[in-house]
Design a protein around this ligand. Structure first.
Ligand code: NDP
Length: 312
């Protein structure tokens, strides 16, 4: 027998928790399934200085715990579990958790966020957890006083390189073009850091290693085709994110990058009663505060939709 739910929230980043706060205060008795990374991407961040209301800054895990506590205070039922399948063709909508538990929800709020992208090199799998990482803040500690590399040239890569430079003896930044995408202030920070060596026009050909983990990388200059081996123990990939939308394929409208499409000025997807908020539908801003704002929109839209369909 499937459990019947009025308002199901999938995902537990700033968008999911904000939706939960609004939905629970509106009496929608929301149930949240947290997903594979409870608290979302911010749990892998140290300092968050740009979320309003924290004048002294806050570390990511603390902020997410605060949001969870706030959602629970109004009665949100927060549960572990990953949504693995959905069927939005019927009303109520059907959602499966961890391939077994079946739920029936009148309204569904999707806040599944986005995940780190990988280069597609064999070594990323072979050495995952043995020198390869997509999160400097999570794993940098293990590479104190060692040599590491960061791939990418956006704000994340620049931030991770600066972070690692505080811990490591040397940081090699592998940049595929002759310019960076990161904001000017972040570019200046990495360029002026004597511990960070930028390899322009370069791509990683291979991650080298043995049974103990990563021992180096081979990079190739894309202009000259010259290759170079760098001895190091940590390899951090920071090349952007992929929205977590695979279970919605064929049911919800997505753009070319597979971000969910919401109706302008709303959280409505193409299926009535299914709403999306946060990074899963935002390839532009991707900030905690914009995610939280869109979570509020999703809960208000869900409440109005439930009321207009006499489901609340
Ligand atoms: P971005 O999409 O901005 O940047 C991705 C970077 O990875 C680009 O430099 C890109 O290169 C490079 N890249 C992509 N694919 C490959 C590949 N296969 N091989 C090598 N390099 C590759 O992602 P970010 O995660 O850096 O940032 C996402 C958003 O979050 C941005 O809007 C950013 O401003 C924001 N952000 C803000 C922060 C802050 O304000 N403190 C901190 C972190 C992120 P190319 O440039 O050649 O395309």
């Amino acid at each position: 027998m499937a459990e019947k739910i009025k308002c199901l929230i999938i995902g537990s980043g700033p968008a999911g928790y904000t939706a939960a706060i609004y939905a629970s205060r509106a009496g929608l008795q929301p149930i949240m399934y947290q997903g594979g990374q409870p608290g979302g991407q911010l749990t892998t961040t140290t300092e968050v200085d740009n979320f309003p209301g924290y004048p002294k800054g806050v570390d990511g895990p603390t902020m997410m715990q605060d949001l969870e506590n706030q959602a629970k205070r109004f009665g949100t039922d927060v549960r572990f579990g990953l949504a693995t399948k959905v069927d939005f063709t019927s009303q109520p909508k059907k959602v499966w958790i961890d391939d077994q538990t079946e739920l029936e929800a009148d309204a569904v709020i999707i806040a599944t966020g986005a995940s780190a992208k990988w280069l597609g090199l064999e070594g990323e799998t072979t050495f995952n957890g043995l020198g390869v990482s997509a999160c400097a803040v999570c794993d940098g500690f293990f590479y104190r006083n060692q040599v590491v590399a960061v791939v990418g040239a956006g704000d994340t890569a620049a931030e991770e390189a600066s972070y690692l430079a505080n811990l490591c003896t040397e940081v090699h930044m592998i940049v595929r073009r002759n310019e960076m995408r990161a904001s000017l202030i972040m570019q200046e920070r990495v360029k002026n850091n004597p511990k960070i060596h930028i390899h322009w026009n370069s791509e990683t050909e291979e991650i080298l290693g043995d049974a103990n983990g990563v021992t180096g990388i081979r990079i190739k200059n894309r202009e000259t085709n010259a290759t170079e081996e760098i001895a190091l123990t940590g390899f951090f990939v920071a090349i952007g994110h992929q929205p977590n939308t695979s279970i919605f394929k064929g049911q919800l409208d997505m753009d070319a990058q597979e971000y969910l499409i919401t109706e302008k000025g709303s959280a409505r997807t193409n299926i009535p009663g299914v709403f999306a908020c946060g990074d899963v539908q935002d390839s532009i801003y991707r900030q905690a505060v914009t995610a939280a704002g869109s979570g509020c929109m999703a809960a208000l839209d869900a409440e109005r939709w439930l009321a207009s369909n006499h489901l609340h």
